[in-house]
Ligand binder design. Structure first.
Ligand code: FAD
Length: 462
């Protein structure tokens, strides 16, 4: 460690106490990885503050001493944003884990940024309300991380992404100043929307410490799962669902490879035809069960024009969890399967088949196996390109070629390079494909206003 950094760390130690400044390699290890890849990036040190006052003081010290910071939530990100490249100090939000208020009249929740997403969902449900984002990493990601990345979930088809539920946020700026970005109100036409500027800013403009989220009234659900022997028919079925005026709350799919990996990982048999090329999940929500059942019947008839396979329909909570597990736990399954490059592109719904065929062709040309799955109703695909046994240089060469071509096609189809996983460090080299230079320059100027010394990292100078 550079000697000049020692007094900085000593000052930080005085703020949080010995136990919450980690400098030993073994203590820093669990903060040296996220879910991006197998890469280990050891931070300068890790500080685990208890409240916004401590964070404000620490950030001011770092800014004055030109020590760069990486903000860390639950560490489940897949774009490398929580990795402390270039010997940065990690500020972990794990002790900011309190739910401050659940307001049933205003229907909002105020929480600290380090609350685990599922804990927040469970607590608001006890008050008869719902935070309608069933993000697959909800057992370990933090609500602050969800907001910082602008995450989504299967229910984003009906409810939009997490950022649509933001009413207000408390943030710590680079000079240590603490501010609220808006008001705890559902409409606000007063000035620029700084709340939405911080949503998706991935720790580059400041640290989100408290969040006020709009809640909704929970609905009854019905889930359908069906397999297709021809993947093109799965896509045709999706088009027809929308053309016929249906509005599912979730519409998700996985391909054959994803199915095989998830089923092996879960060690479960789903009695699907061995020639299955794709599986589709259709979830409906509503307040009237008879209407839901009737709609599910009509949708099953529509689906059976595209596949002869049986449509499983269930309202049992246990069965819903079981059927969803193939889809919702595929991310985990792939992590165990091999190293991979995650792609999270989004295209307009009308372009999903063109995008799917392009991915298949490009991956084959580059000699890479892959799985493609995700939020088909939003046009948001997750593509995992597999490294398998490739040597490092071959893997680097092939994945870079594939990613660049895939992103270029997504943009040419009217889409963009991330729907919900963010840019982080992994997508940064490709940002120029999606955002014109003029806009990128505006973003650099915004960054300069909020963080002139680049204390929060995230350089847009590609
Ligand atoms: C198995 C699995 C399933 C997943 N499923 C989904 C899914 O369904 N939908 C989806 O969108 N994503 C999914 N992800 C990706 C990931 O869980 C999300 O991006 C999540 O929102 C990250 O939250 P986190 O708290 O883990 O953030 P981290 O990984 O800790 O950080 C992510 C980024 O946000 C910044 N950050 C974190 N907290 C703050 C804060 N308080 N203030 C400012 N910046 C902050 C960090 O600096 C970093 O740039 C999944 C990941 C895994 C491993």
């Amino acid at each position: 460690m550079q000697p000049s950094l020692l007094p900085v760390l000593e000052n930080i130690r005085l703020i949080v106490g010995d136990s919450y400044l980690l400098t030993k390699p073994e203590d820093k290890l669990r903060f040296s990885k996220d879910y991006t890849c197998s890469e280990i990036v050891v931070p300068l040190a890790v500080v685990i503050p208890n409240d916004v006052e401590q964070i404000s003081k620490i950030v001011k010290i770092c800014n004055d001493s030109e020590v760069s910071i990486t903000v860390r939530g639950g560490g489940t990100g897949v774009s490398g944003g929580a990795l402390a490249f270039n010997n940065r100090l990690i500020i972990s939000l794990e002790r900011l884990n309190k739910i401050i208020e659940i307001n049933t009249i205003e229907r909002f929740v105020t929480a600290e940024a380090g609350v685990i997403t599922q804990d927040l969902r469970d607590e608001v449900l006890k008050c008869g309300l719902s935070f309608p984002q069933n993000i697959s990493s909800s057992e370990s990601s933090f609500i602050g991380g969800n907001v910082a990345v602008s995450s989504g979930s299967p229910k984003s088809l009906k409810y939009g992404p997490t950022k649509n539920y933001l009413l207000n946020m408390e943030v710590v700026l680079a000079d240590g100043h603490v501010m609220w970005t808006g008001k705890h109100v559902t409409k606000n036409a007063t000035g620029y929307n700084l709340t939405q500027l911080f949503a998706g800013s991935e720790g580059s403009l400041g640290i989100i410490t408290k969040i006020v989220l709009q809640l909704v009234v929970p609905q009854q659900e019905i889930l359908m799962m069906v397999s297709f022997l021809k993947i093109e028919q799965l896509f045709n079925c999706v088009y027809q669902l929308f053309a016929d005026g249906y509005s599912p709350s979730s519409l998700e799919f996985i391909d054959k490879t994803g199915y095989e990996i998830a089923a092996a990982y879960l060690d479960k048999k789903f009695q699907l035809n061995i020639n299955t090329e794709g599986i589709l999940w259709i979830e409906l929500e509503g307040s009237n069960n008879d209407v839901l059942l009737e709609e599910a019947g009509r949708i099953s008839s529509l689906v059976n024009k595209f596949t002869e396979e049986e449509v499983y329909v269930t309202q049992s909570l246990g069965e819903i969890r079981n059927l969803w597990s193939l889809r919702s736990r595929l991310g985990e399954a792939v992590i165990q399967y091999t190293s991979f490059q995650d792609i999270d592109l989004i295209v307009p719904r009308s372009a999903i088949w063109s995008m799917y065929t392009a991915v298949k062709d490009i991956a084959e040309d580059c000699g890479l196996n892959f799985t493609i799955f995700g939020h088909i109703g939003n046009g948001n695909f997750h593509i995992n390109l597999f490294r398998e046994n490739l040597e490092q240089d071959k893997w680097d060469e092939r994945k870079t070629a594939a990613v660049k071509q895939i992103f270029s096609i997504a943009v040419s189809l009217g889409g963009t390079i991330s729907g919900e996983h963010g840019i982080g460090t992994v997508q940064l080299p490709y940002l120029y494909l999606a955002i014109p230079t003029y806009q990128l320059n505006l973003m650099k100027e915004i960054k300069q206003v909020f963080d002139p010394k680049n204390t929060f990292g995230y350089s847009l100078n590609m």
